[in-house]
Design a protein around this ligand. Structure first.
Ligand code: 13P
Ligand code: SF4
Length: 330
């Protein structure tokens, strides 16, 4: 059986949209009707008309589609979880607020923002508290707007994204730890939860120095989930879509070293593009989805027994929708 032909046949026959994030394996990515960074995926999929969405990505992405559009049937070929999103759940979220209260920051003085890389449960907690979602491409404008409330921002779960935006905007930031907290938050504009992306932590100062020494004219472009030390050394910082746009617009002879996931960097530009690491920075969970998984998921719809369908508790869905919708409204 030719998997690609079978997938094409099923896509033609079924009322389905196939969605894939840039970090998917090439063979899966090529089968998608919708691609983009997290914000684009949320918007484009929200606007799609088909009954079924087959989402090739990680769980929070499929969940976000379901949160925004509960009538859609959202299936994921692999229920793979983003390791950063798993660093916080509803209990850890509540605990970080308790820790802040003990350090003298009142709950009413906090406006929470959750990076879209978080579970629907965490988005719901944020929605309940009047907060909203952001993505890597709109974090700065979301924080700018949120600060108009006069409150401190509680930014979860990515410490790096929160600190990078705070640094860019000249704001004071601190990190709240639910295990061993410094208690030093009274001066902070942005208080970041202590989560991170294990893939983007792979890019080091030594990697940047290595490339700059080897090719003095090279540019360094990174994702804002990288550590602030790396972001501060870079020439360009942006979401996956922003990175692609920036790199593809460079003259062909311009060398660029890129600090984000391997699959994206590998397909972006054939010449003069380097992975900013001596390792192969693959996102293990994004890479779990195979062409065969995609085929099986589509076939399950044809067979009338769809599997790996995203289902959400009604209250979680409603409160998470508040947080996501507030972002889209801005
Ligand atoms: P983007 O929104 O930039 O696509 O980022 C998603 C992600 O998980 C990056 O690690
Ligand atoms: Fe999550 Fe990092 Fe993978 Fe992005 S690259 S999906 S943040 S683990």
């Amino acid at each position: 059986m030719n998997l690609v032909e079978e997938i094409e046949r099923l896509k033609e026959k079924l009322d389905v949209t196939v969605v894939a994030h840039f970090y998917q394996k090439d063979e899966v990515f090529q089968m998608a009707d919708i691609t983009g960074d997290s914000l684009e995926l949320a918007k484009k999929t929200f606007a799609s008309k088909e009954e079924f969405v087959v989402f090739c990505g990680v769980a929070f992405m499929g969940e976000s589609v379901k949160v925004l559009n509960p009538k859609k049937r959202v299936l994921m070929p692999k229920m793979a979880c983003c390791s950063m999103a798993q660093m916080i759940d509803g209990n850890y979220y509540d605990k970080s607020i308790e820790v802040l209260q003990k350090s003298g920051v009142a709950k009413d003085d906090l406006l929470p923002i959750t990076y879209i890389n978080s579970s629907a449960e965490v988005k719901a907690k944020v929605g309940e508290m009047g907060g909203l979602v952001c993505t890597s491409s709109n974090a700065e404008s979301i924080i700018t707007n949120a600060l108009k409330s006069g409150k401190k921002i509680l930014f979860v779960p990515d410490r790096c994204l929160g600190q990078n935006i705070a640094n860019k905007m000249g704001l004071k930031s601190s990190v709240v730890s639910i295990f061993e907290d410094s208690g030093n938050h009274s001066d902070s504009d942005v208080i970041c939860y202590d989560g991170f992306c294990s893939v983007h932590q792979l890019f080091t100062k030594e990697d940047v120095e290595f490339y700059r020494e080897k090719y003095p004219d090279i540019l360094v472009a990174v994702h804002p989930e990288c550590d602030p030390e790396i972001v501060n050394m870079s020439d360009f910082v942006g979401s996956t879509s922003q990175l692609i746009k920036y790199i593809t617009a460079l003259p062909p002879e311009q060398k660029v070293a890129v600090g984000t996931e391997f699959n994206l960097v590998n397909r972006i530009r054939p010449e003069n593009t380097f992975v900013l690491s001596s390792t192969k920075p693959e996102c293990p969970t994004m890479n779990e989805t195979t062409l065969e998984d995609l085929y099986k998921t589509l076939k399950s719809i044809e067979d009338g027994e769809p599997f790996f369908e995203v289902e959400l508790d009604e209250k979680v869905q409603k409160n998470a929708q508040l947080a996501l919708q507030r972002m889209l409204d801005l």
